[in-house]
Design a protein around this ligand. Structure first.
Ligand SMILES: *Cc1c(COP(=O)(O)O)cnc(C)c1O
Length: 366
């Protein structure tokens, strides 16, 4: 058949291994999955309450406008309802943006390492992608600016950056936006924004009024603990949202997903609790790595990219045999590092014990 040339040799997204699969393969009874930055505290009790009382009309299409969630979220974020675009996860929004702006002959700029879907979608659209190496885990904005030319249509930023966890300072973003051509869309992926505890951090939402070509991306999958429901959204100016909206599939977020997202949005206490516990967990990782002289990126997210001073795939496999699923840095453009989701205090302590075992076995620790 006459497939797009660029699809030849492309593979589907490789998700982290499922718990069932790992249990079966290694004969384990208990698994801790610290591979996909899911929330170890589950989701708000408001979600459970909603699911208990919802009168689901299975035969009726969802509200394609997401009216109720749109209204609740626009109030919460203090933006106009028309400034929001909802997606079947932030992943769908990444593909909507790519479908809208990328094609053969144009290019997208992104960091390396960063979230792999930016590159994947650029490939699907047959666009060129320019990957700019990070500097100490943070996006190198100066080099990204230099990479922009007349054929650039989109620049992908991610803060905190997945997989390094590093934060982009809003002052630096402003200076960057002042120099980016106004006809280039800058997407700032904020999937982990609620995990930020840096006291000097300023929310970039207020910048949307100043820079029409800035678009923010967020998700209910991470701190809200709703990854299985698939709800993400973009915040931007109406002029940008209205160009992306026709590319969205008409009923892209299911009724039940819209309902749980709205329920979760009302529970700020749950978010606060997760943020606080996660920050304490990050400190556990810092102290672990410091004592063992392993490099650790300065993360403001719910995952840590840590050095293992050994082949990351081997460490990954050895940890999996011991019941812990993490991400090997090999597939994340970070060899000799693993990315570990911050778990509960107990999960982290147990993980450190197993990692000590593995690193001793491999001769990294004595
Ligand atoms: C998890 C993640 C997403 C995707 O979120 P979904 O809403 O679950 O599709 C997007 N960007 C980054 C950086 C992520 O880590």
């Amino acid at each position: 058949m006459k497939w797009k040339e660029q699809l030849k040799g492309m593979a589907a997204y490789q998700p982290g291994k499922s718990e069932e699969e790992v249990k079966r393969t290694f004969g384990l009874t208990k698994i801790v999955k610290l591979a996909s930055n899911e929330n170890p505290y589950g989701s708000s009790t408001a979600v459970e309450e909603y699911l208990n009382r919802v009168d689901l009309k299975a035969n009726i299409y969802p509200d394609g406008y997401a009216g109720k969630l749109r209204e609740a979220l626009s109030k919460k974020l203090n933006v106009r309802p028309g400034q929001l675009l909802f997606g079947d996860g932030a992943d769908e929004i990444i593909s909507i943006i790519s479908r809208s702006l990328l094609r053969p002959g144009v290019n997208a700029i992104m960091s390396k390492p960063s979230f792999v879907q930016y590159r994947h979608n650029a490939k699907v659209e047959g666009a060129e992608f320019r990957e700019i190496p990070v500097k100490e885990g943070a996006q190198d904005l100066e080099k990204m600016l230099l990479a922009i030319d007349g054929q650039t249509t989109v620049v992908w930023l991610c803060s905190p950056n997945n997989p390094t966890g590093t934060l982009l300072k809003t002052e630096d973003l402003i200076k960057f936006m002042e120099r980016v051509p106004t006809d280039v869309l800058v997407v700032l992926d904020e999937a982990y924004v609620h995990y930020i505890t840096e006291p000097d951090f300023n929310e970039p939402i207020s910048l949307l009024d100043r820079f029409e070509n800035l678009l923010l991306l967020r998700t209910f999958s991470k701190i809200y603990g709703l990854a299985s429901f698939r709800v993400g959204y973009a915040i931007g100016q109406e002029s940008v949202i209205s160009m992306l909206d026709p590319v969205r599939s008409p009923f892209n977020v299911s009724s039940i997903s819209l309902g749980v997202a709205e329920a979760a949005l009302a529970d700020d206490e749950f978010i606060e609790m997760c943020r606080t516990k996660n920050a304490a967990g990050r400190e556990q990782f810092r102290s672990y790595c410091e004592k063992r002289n392993l490099h650790l990126f300065d993360s403001q997210a719910n995952f840590m990219l840590m050095e293992v001073k050994a082949d990351a795939d081997t460490v990954f496999l050895q940890l999996m045999k011991r019941g812990f699923i993490v991400r090997s840095g090999t597939g994340l453009d970070a060899p000799n590092y693993i990315r570990v989701t911050v778990g509960t205090k107990e999960q982290n302590d147990e993980f450190f014990e197993k990692l000590d075992e593995v690193l001793k076995e491999l001769g990294v620790l004595s």
